[in-house]
Design a protein around this ligand. Structure first.
Ligand code: MN
Length: 241
């Protein structure tokens, strides 16, 4: 049986019509890695969300808009981007359950930020405003989504280095926020050349939870090594059985 991987969605309001959507690149990357992706609707009752969570073997937190700074005890600054409060609430609930119960979890982009916040860490609300002089980490309009924006240095003995088979690799970069205070129980396993955090993992390596700031799902074709991140995630589930 293929493991069921829940992928959180984003809310999209068009007039009176509300939708919950996910990008096909994530479902495809999970499929390629041997998992069966399931999109998780937002704004469910607690019981319904829990019923879904209980049936899922793993959770993938995809990219998206900014986490409300109140979730890490800060006020909303003008340079913070768009917020999706419905999504914040659903993802925080799922992540608190997953952290408490060690449900296999992979965070990507907003997903690493949300994981860090749910576990007690904080974020820079905007890299250019709060950390002037850093590399350009945001998406450049017109560039392909797998564009190599910068390299990352990966800690040799990390889950990420084992999955990729290297300690340095070129990645895309489509974020304007970054991890500030790392959550207790986690540590940095990859950084950009300017020091910006690009991956975190739990101090207890047995916990099947990890996250990256770049977007491996957009690079699975141009750099097939990126598929290994999703395979390592699915393996944390299959390896348990
Ligand atoms: Mn970056």
């Amino acid at each position: 049986m293929k493991p069921l991987i829940g992928i959180t969605t984003r809310s999209q309001l068009e007039g009176d019509l509300s939708r919950y959507t996910g990008l096909a690149t994530y479902t495809r990357a999970v499929d390629l890695a041997g998992g069966a992706p399931v999109l998780i609707p937002l704004a469910l009752s607690g019981d319904a969300l829990r019923a879904l969570y209980d049936r899922l073997d793993g959770l993938l937190f995809q990219g998206g808009v900014d986490v409300h700074p109140k979730e890490y005890g800060e006020t909303l600054e003008p340079y913070c981007g768009e917020i999706d409060a419905i999504r914040d609430a659903t993802e925080l609930t799922l992540l608190r359950w997953a952290l408490a119960e060690n449900k296999p979890t992979l965070g990507i982009c907003r997903g690493i930020q949300m994981l860090n916040v749910a576990a007690g860490g904080s974020l820079y609300q905007d890299i250019p405003a709060q950390l002037p002089g850093k590399l350009h980490h945001a998406h450049v309009k017109g560039n392909p989504y797998d564009f190599h924006a910068h390299t990352i240095e990966i800690e040799a003995n990390s889950r990420l280095a084992r999955a990729l088979g290297v300690t340095q690799i070129a990645v895309n970069s489509l974020h304007h926020q970054a991890l500030k205070q790392i959550a207790p129980g986690f540590h940095v396993t990859a950084r950009a050349p300017d020091g910006i955090v690009e991956a975190i993992e739990p101090d207890d390596a047995r916990r099947p939870i990890f996250a990256v700031q770049f977007h491996p799902e957009w690079m699975v074709d141009s750099d097939p090594r990126m598929r290994e991140i999703f395979k390592a995630f699915v393996q944390t589930i299959i390896g348990d059985r």
